[in-house]
Design a protein around this ligand. Structure first.
Ligand code: COA
Length: 261
C-alpha cells in the first residue's frame, strides 16, 4: 500500500501491520501516525480483511514510544494537539468493528505500550517489556495510557508503574492481565494468527457488537473527563523546565536532574 514507515500484508484475511523503523526501535513519529491512521481505515473498509495484527519490526522492539526528537520546541498547545492526534488514532483502533490484536515482540514503552493497550487484546514474546517511562522525561503518558493502563491492571499497579516509570517483563505482564498469552519469539505471530482464525469462523456482526459492548463497559469515552484531562496535563508538562531537562537528557544519553520547576 505504499507506506514508508509500515509494512502491511494481507494473509488469510488477516492484515499484518508492522511498524518499520527498527533503527529507532519503531518510535512513533508523525509519519507513523498518519500511515497507521490510513492502514486502520483500510482494515475497517476492505472486505477481504477480517482482522488485523499490529507488531514491530526487528527482534528488539514493538515500539519504544513516541518519537522523543519530535518533542523539542513544542509549546503547550502543540503538545496537546500531538496528544489529541494520538488519542484519535488509538480510538480508531479501539473502536474498530474488526478485531485488532497487538503481537508485542520486544519493548512496548510509552506510546508503544499505549498502542498495544488500544488494541482489543495483546500477546507478547518472552523478551517483551512493558512500561510507561514518561515520568523519566518530566512527562506523563499522552496517548491514553493514564486511562487504559488503569482499566487493564487496576489503580494501584497503574499508579506505581506510571510514577516509577519501571518496566514489567512478559510474565509479570501476563499476571497483571496486560497480555493474554506469552510465547517464544518465533511463535508469536503464528499464535496470534491462530486465535484470529478462531474468531474469523464466528459471526462478524456479533464480534463487532462484542467489541462495542465491552468498550462501553470499560472505556471512558474520548470526549469524557479522563482522556480530556490527560491531553491537558500532557500539554502542561511541556511548559516545565523538567520536561526540557528530561527530553534533553534522553537525547544526550545522560541522566536527567529534575528541580520541580
Ligand atoms: N524516540 C526517539 N528515538 C528513540 C526512542 C524514542 N522513544 N527510543 C529509542 N530511540 C532511538 C535511540 O535514540 C537510538 O537512536 P540512535 O541509534 O540514533 O542513538 C535508537 O533508537 C536505539 O535506542 P537505544 O537507546 O540506543 O537502545 P538501548 O537498547 O540502549 O535502549 C530503550 C532501549 C528502549 C531502553 C531506550 O531506547 C529507551 O529508553 N527509549 C525511550 C523509551 C521512552 O522513554 N519512551 C517514552 C517516550 S514518550
Amino acid at each position: 500500500m505504499g507506506y514508508t514507515t509500515l509494512l502491511t500484508i494481507i494473509e488469510n484475511n488477516i492484515c499484518i501491520i508492522t511498524i518499520n523503523r527498527p533503527d529507532k526501535l519503531n518510535a512513533l513519529n508523525k509519519d507513523v501516525f498518519s500511515e497507521l491512521d490510513n492502514a486502520i481505515d483500510e482494515v475497517i473498509k476492505n472486505p477481504e480483511i477480517k482482522s488485523a495484527i499490529i507488531t514491530g519490526s526487528g527482534a528488539k522492539a514493538f515500539v519504544a514510544g513516541a518519537d522523543i526528537t519530535e518533542f523539542s520546541g513544542l509549546n503547550k498547545e502543540q503538545a496537546m494537539a500531538l496528544a489529541q492526534r494520538g488519542h484519535d488514532v488509538f480510538f480508531k483502533i479501539e473502536n474498530s468493528p474488526k478485531p485488532i490484536v497487538a503481537a508485542v515482540n520486544g519493548f512496548a514503552l510509552g506510546g508503544g505500550c499505549e498502542l498495544a493497550m488500544a488494541c482489543h487484546f495483546r500477546l507478547c514474546s518472552e523478551n517483551a517489556k512493558f512500561g510507561q517511562p514518561e515520568v523519566n522525561l518530566g512527562l506523563i503518558p499522552g496517548y491514553g495510557g493514564t486511562q487504559r493502563l488503569t482499566q487493564l491492571v487496576g489503580k494501584g499497579k497503574s499508579m506505581e508503574l506510571q510514577m516509577t516509570g519501571n518496566m514489567v517483563d512478559a510474565n509479570e505482564a501476563l499476571q497483571l492481565g496486560l497480555v493474554n498469552h506469552v510465547t517464544a519469539a518465533d511463535s508469536l505471530l503464528q499464535k496470534t494468527k491462530d486465535i484470529l482464525q478462531v474468531i474469523h469462523a464466528k459471526a462478524p456482526v456479533a464480534v463487532g457488537k462484542i467489541i462495542e459492548c465491552i468498550n462501553t463497559a470499560v472505556v471512558n469515552r474520548g470526549n469524557e473527563s479522563g482522556y480530556k484531562k490527560e491531553v491537558a496535563a500532557f500539554g502542561e508538562c511541556f511548559i516545565t523546565e523538567d520536561m526540557k531537562e528530561g527530553t534533553a537528557a534522553f537525547l544526550e544519553k545522560r541522566k536527567a536532574v529534575f528541580t520541580g520547576k
